[in-house]
Design a protein around this ligand. Structure first.
Ligand code: GLN
Length: 478
């Protein structure tokens, strides 16, 4: 069911939050053995549904009344394990909840499960989870994308109507595209990062996933907004729901030519063409724009990303919390804890990040990457002088097979070619389900000017309506 329908039924008294959660738990029991979208179910979900029922009875108005939500396992939930998909935090129970969790609860949502993810949000396929991979509900032989692969697969299979993920370089948008759902990464600062385990702090944002634009807006409105506990939080008022019906006639969309030159698969190109034809019919104008620095975005991203990872992950030292493998002295304890606690991709990033920050190489790598980041931002601003929004594929190809990219880390990094620029510049972006290649979903990415996130919802909604919701269906094998 869609979240909107659940809220409506609950508010009309046709279904109680407890019944909704029971229905979803049944569906999860049926599908989870094949899909493995979750690391853990919330054992208190039914109890929490009961509390929502009592609040409704007291007359509280709850915008997400009774809506079950899956939350990526790097978002802290008080009293409920938060593992980051890592052995390092396998038994970590946070003493407090992230701001987004507080906001969900306040709105009457129920956190039903913690979703699977690539370890510490590094990867593009959810194969790097220490708890085993998630399968794509459209084809169980293929990956769901990553790193929020559990969240995307759960929404695609309707094991939950909506979910939260995080997006450091595409981790909400790319799995959304590969699983045929909507995925939104807001302007940096519009959703609080308080209580979200850091991967690369200047790039990290919480994002939302849903099977309709209205549901995406509903959830995004609830979790966004200023938070004094996050020093990078912005004052902007979320108005995503209101943006749905805004007219799109007269908007200009810039098709980014560099994103077309990277060898996109036929289904992706067909979806772009269709989007253009459908939206031209709605009075949207299309122009071609260039972002010359885009070809350096991936290289700059993997330097900034690993540099920040090497600093952020220094806290896992086997002393205060997380895995501890005791040894004769503290240095050996630290080395052993990190060696056993972190998987190969995390170790690779920590090593790379330490290297690019080391004194002899700082300017050659990190300094240069920061200059590329500034130039990319200037190029994007120039593109936005010609267009209200930009359009690219979300991923050059649909879901790939298990093991296809794990043996070659560079080929895995290339999966992020369309998504990382947005994180480097802080812009908002939304991946929309826009077609199929064979039975596999294909996504397109709309990019907005910073703080103009609402326009993405207007355009996505207009396309969804014009195509009569043809592309965001519950996954065929679910
Ligand atoms: N795939 C990208 C990476 O591995 C993005 C990850 C993310 O957004 N968390 O860094």
């Amino acid at each position: 069911m869609l979240a909107q329908e659940i809220v409506q039924r609950v508010q009309l008294g046709q279904r109680s939050p407890r019944e909704v959660v029971e229905d979803y738990l049944k569906r999860i029991e049926q599908l989870e053995p094949q899909i493995h979208a979750f690391i853990r179910l919330n054992p208190k979900a039914l109890h929490e549904a009961q509390t929502v029922e009592e609040r409704l009875a007291r007359g509280e108005s709850l915008p997400l009344a009774g809506v079950p939500v899956a939350v990526k396992d790097n978002i802290c939930t008080q009293g409920l394990e938060t593992t980051c998909g890592s052995k390092m935090l396998a038994s970590f129970v946070p003493p407090y909840s992230a701001t987004v969790i507080e906001k969900l609860r306040k709105a009457g949502a129920i956190v039903i499960a913690k979703a699977n993810m690539d370890e510490f949000a590094m990867g593009s396929s959810t194969e790097y989870s220490a708890f085993g991979p998630t399968r794509n509900p459209w084809d169980l032989e293929r990956v769901p994308g990553g790193t929020s692969g559990g969240s995307a697969a759960a929404v695609a299979a309707d094991m939950v109507p909506v979910a939260l993920g995080t997006d450091t370089g595409g981790s909400v948008r790319q799995p959304a595209a590969l699983c045929g759902v909507y995925g939104f990464k807001p302007t940096y600062g519009r959703i609080s990062r308080f209580g979200v385990v850091a991967t690369a702090s200047s790039l990290d944002q919480v994002g939302t996933l849903a099977r309709s634009v209205a549901d995406l807006a509903l959830l995004s409105d609830v979790v966004s907004g200023y938070d004094p506990k996050d020093s990078t939080s912005l004052e902007a008022q979320p108005q995503f729901g209101q943006a749905l019906e805004a007219p799109v006639k007269g908007m200009t969309v810039g098709i980014v030519k560099e994103a077309l030159a990277v060898g996109n698969s036929p289904g992706v190109l067909a979806a772009l063409e269709r989007f253009r034809t459908v939206m031209e019919g709605q009075g949207v104008r299309f122009v071609e724009v260039g972002i010359p620095t885009l070809e350096h975005a991936l290289a700059a991203y993997y330097i900034v990303n690993t540099a920040e990872i090497s600093s952020n992950l220094a806290r896992y030292d086997g002393t205060l919390y997380g895995l501890r493998v005791p040894a004769e002295d503290s240095v050996t304890t630290m080395m052993q804890s990190r060696e056993h606690g972190f998987g190969p991709e995390v170790q690779r990033r920590v090593l790379m990040g330490t290297f690019v920050l080391s004194s002899g190489y700082y300017d050659a790598y990190y300094g240069k990457a920061l200059r590329a980041r500034a130039k990319l931002k200037a190029d994007m601003d120039a593109a936005f002088a010609q267009a209200d929004l930009l359009l690219t594929p979300t991923s050059p190809f649909p879901a790939f097979r298990f093991g296809e990219k794990t043996t070659d880390p560079l080929s895995m990094y290339l999966a992020d070619i369309d998504t990382v620029a947005v994180n480097l510049t802080g812009a908002p972006a939304l991946s929309i389900p826009a077609g199929f290649e064979g039975k596999l979903p294909v996504g397109l990415q709309l990019i907005g000017k910073p703080l103009h996130d609402e326009q993405l919802f207007s355009l996505a909604h207009a396309f969804e309506q014009a195509t009569e919701r043809a592309f965001a269906r519950v996954a065929s094998s679910a």
